[in-house]
Design a protein around this ligand. Structure first.
Ligand code: MF3
Ligand code: CO
Ligand code: CO
Length: 287
């Protein structure tokens, strides 16, 4: 097994898949409010994918070895839930923080994967800081991506920023290669040492999706077989983009008209190119 280098044709397909995943998040954003349940958010996203986009959800009935089939079209991870939260009937309330993770499959069979944090109706100070620092962690990781860099450079940048802000990085889940399959090589750890791990090469496509906790890094799995929570019940946040390694750096594939632009602190050519790319995208169709 090795890391698949995508052809120009496959890269073009992945641009479409990742943009569609991001547009599901754009579409759902105005619905994420106090009183709405995550089950309702799942139904809305499912309808948007199947009826408007003609994509399918990669998560619905997803059943890797040892797991029961995942029962929903998106993942919704609330407050102390780290990832893989299952949508349900409980209404959101003010100051909840929610990760919505969308993975679509296009009619041509390509996967696009992205997630964002939503702060419901205002937000408490610690929750807002956690979401912002985790967003910065993702972008600091993205800013490491260029040919010749190593996977460990990404993990190191993320870990340093999370821990430097008094937070911790979840170890058990990582970013992943993606393409014609949901999860491919490599594993993209969100912690590590500079200069270690596989060397990045043009044509690689993988996600960067750090999970950061306000308390300790330890996690547990709920009896539903999917939902991951912080063991100390501290808050957890996650952001995810799908990234292409280009000849001279990185291209963020999961951009959309309403996605949050990179924070100032990543600086440089990548951040300005990304901001320009976001500005040049026409808005997602309204339904
Ligand atoms: N989208 C998640 C990821 O970023 C995986 C979700 S798998 C599910 O890799 F089954 F929980 F949906
Ligand atoms: Co995801
Ligand atoms: Co992913």
């Amino acid at each position: 097994m090795s890391i698949i280098l995508k052809t120009p044709e496959e890269i073009a397909e992945m641009r479409i898949a990742c943009r569609l995943a991001a547009e599901v998040l754009d579409y759902i954003t105005p619905f994420v409010k106090p009183g709405v349940s995550t089950g309702e958010i799942d139904r809305l996203c499912s309808d948007y994918m199947t009826k408007v986009q003609h994509t399918t959800s990669a998560t619905l009935n997803y059943a890797p070895p040892g797991y029961p089939p995942y029962p929903a079209s998106i993942c919704t991870s609330l407050n102390h839930q780290v990832c893989h939260g299952i949508p349900g009937p409980k209404p959101l309330k003010k100051d909840d923080i929610l990760n919505i993770d969308v993975t679509v499959i296009t009619p041509n069979g390509f996967y696009g994967d992205t997630s964002r944090m939503f702060i419901v109706g205002g937000g408490a100070i610690l929750a807002k800081r956690l979401c912002q620092v985790t967003f910065e962690c993702m972008w600091l990781g993205i800013a490491q991506v260029r040919p010749g860099a190593h996977l460990g450079d990404i993990g190191h940048a993320i870990q340093r920023h999370a821990e430097g802000n008094g937070f911790s990085v979840v170890r058990e889940f990582c970013g992943h290669g993606i393409g014609r399959r949901f999860h491919e090589e490599p594993q993209v750890l969100h912690y590590g040492r500079q200069g270690t791990g596989a060397e990045l090469r043009p044509g690689m496509i993988f996600t960067i999706e750090p999970m950061v906790n306000t308390g300790k890094a330890a996690i547990s799995e709920l009896p539903d077989g999917w939902t991951i929570v912080t063991r100390d019940r501290s808050l957890s946040a996650q952001w995810e983009h799908t990234i292409l390694v280009t000849e001279d750096g990185a291209e963020v594939l999961s951009l959309s008209a309403a996605c949050q632009p990179p924070p100032g602190l990543t600086g440089g050519a990548l951040a300005s190119a990304t901001r320009n790319a976001i500005a040049a995208l026409p808005p997602a169709p309204l339904s």
